[in-house]
Design a protein around this ligand. Structure first.
Ligand SMILES: [Zn+2]
Length: 377
């Protein structure tokens, strides 16, 4: 167990403070529609004594949190996924929920929102573990970028820009606060309704305005507009939202990159087994050398064709079914390393993100292996 020494420095640290750190790298809006990431049990305003990191939230994990006196579990897989209609303890999910609530343990999950980001996500960690370089998203989410254009009086332009950035706009690759501004003249003629004292029609007025453009992930476009509305001086805020055909490269499924040197199939498999700590690898045959490699933690056969199109020599994922192995057709080496094994290093992301901000806060890796699969060798 790697328990950071318990600290007295963080009085009144709240659950929401931890959540904020995680959602800065993996906003909830990036999760897939079917998902249920977020704070599943608990009150964000409650004080947090410490965090236990786990891939799944089983009863054994909750027991561990209780014994370590850590009242927040941060997991990758949401314990409540499809919803619960009754909670009477008839299966492991209901029993875990009952136990957590009874003992005041909060449960938070960052799932597909953490899968879908290149910046510091599940698949970047996976790729880095096996030494891949020049990483790109394997299957970017289409229509993921929008451009928002705001028109603001000169004196309010900076305030608007700040609101855009605070809401997550203007992130491009490793750069933040990216925007483009130009000064121009806006004109308007107030109608009678706008100012009843002016008679039928007012005079045309001219106003110095700043036009500010930012690129934003489509998923947060509305959120950005709502945030800017709060600080924008116009009663009818002037803005455009434009859908771009450019393919964004920061959000999507899987990651593809290069090994520093090409490896033979056997050497690649040996490296994979060692670096990912695997009991075994299920794989297809492949006659070429391995240089370009695609990875996807968790269920990944939906990306096999993308990996082939991306000219990967190997695609490493998990939960591949018998007939899905045929899809490789010697285009690439298709490897199934196990769901748990492909995602367990995700906990390191949580650890890094939380301790980067709160270096002496109690954050522990779960000792319980939650892998339901055992290997008889
Ligand atoms: Zn998973």
């Amino acid at each position: 167990m790697l328990l950071h020494h318990l600290s007295t420095h963080y009085f009144n640290m709240k659950i929401k403070d931890i959540i904020l750190q995680i959602e800065q790298i993996a906003p909830l809006s990036y999760q897939e529609e079917y998902d249920n990431a977020g704070l599943i049990i608990g009150n964000p305003e409650d004080e947090v004594s410490g965090v236990l990191l786990s891939l799944d939230t089983t009863e054994a994990v909750i027991d561990e949190a209780i014994s370590l006196q850590l009242n927040l579990i941060v997991a990758h897989h949401p314990i409540i996924f499809k919803g619960l209609k009754k909670i009477n303890g008839k299966n492991y999910i209901e029993r875990a929920v009952i136990k957590a609530i009874k003992h005041g343990i909060a449960i938070y999950a960052a799932h597909t929102n953490l899968d879908n980001v290149l910046g510091n996500g599940v698949n970047r960690k996976f790729a880095q573990k096996i030494g891949l370089e020049k990483l790109e998203i394997l299957q970017p989410k289409p229509g993921q970028l929008k451009k928002i254009v705001f028109y603001t009086p000169v004196k309010d332009a900076e305030k608007v820009k700040q609101a855009i950035f605070a809401a997550g706009g203007g992130q491009i690759g490793n750069y933040s606060e990216c925007s483009f501004s130009v000064k121009g003249q806006g004109t308007f003629t107030p109608g009678k309704a706008a100012n009843p004292s002016i008679g039928e029609r007012g005079h045309r007025e001219t106003l110095e305005e700043i036009k500010t453009e930012v690129l934003v992930p489509a998923l947060i476009a509305e959120h950005i507009v709502e945030s800017v509305k709060k600080v924008h001086p116009y009663e009818e805020m002037a803005y455009d939202i434009i859908t771009l055909s450019n393919q964004g490269s920061e959000i999507g499924s899987g990651v593809i990159g290069f090994l520093p040197e090409p490896l033979s199939k056997v050497d690649f498999l040996a490296m994979l087994k060692k670096t990912m700590n695997l009991p075994l690898i299920r794989h297809t045959d492949y006659s070429g050398m391995i240089h370009k490699v695609a990875v996807c933690g968790g269920v990944g056969s939906f990306l096999t064709q993308s990996a082939i199109r991306g000219k990967a020599d190997a695609y490493v994922t998990s939960d591949i079914k018998y007939h899905e192995f045929f899809d490789a057709e010697n285009h690439l080496l298709l490897c199934d390393i196990g769901h748990y094994e492909s995602e367990i290093s995700t906990l390191e992301i949580f650890y890094e993100v939380i301790t980067e901000k709160f270096p002496t806060f109690a954050v522990a890796f779960c000792r319980t292996s939650t892998n339901p699969i055992q290997y008889y060798q």
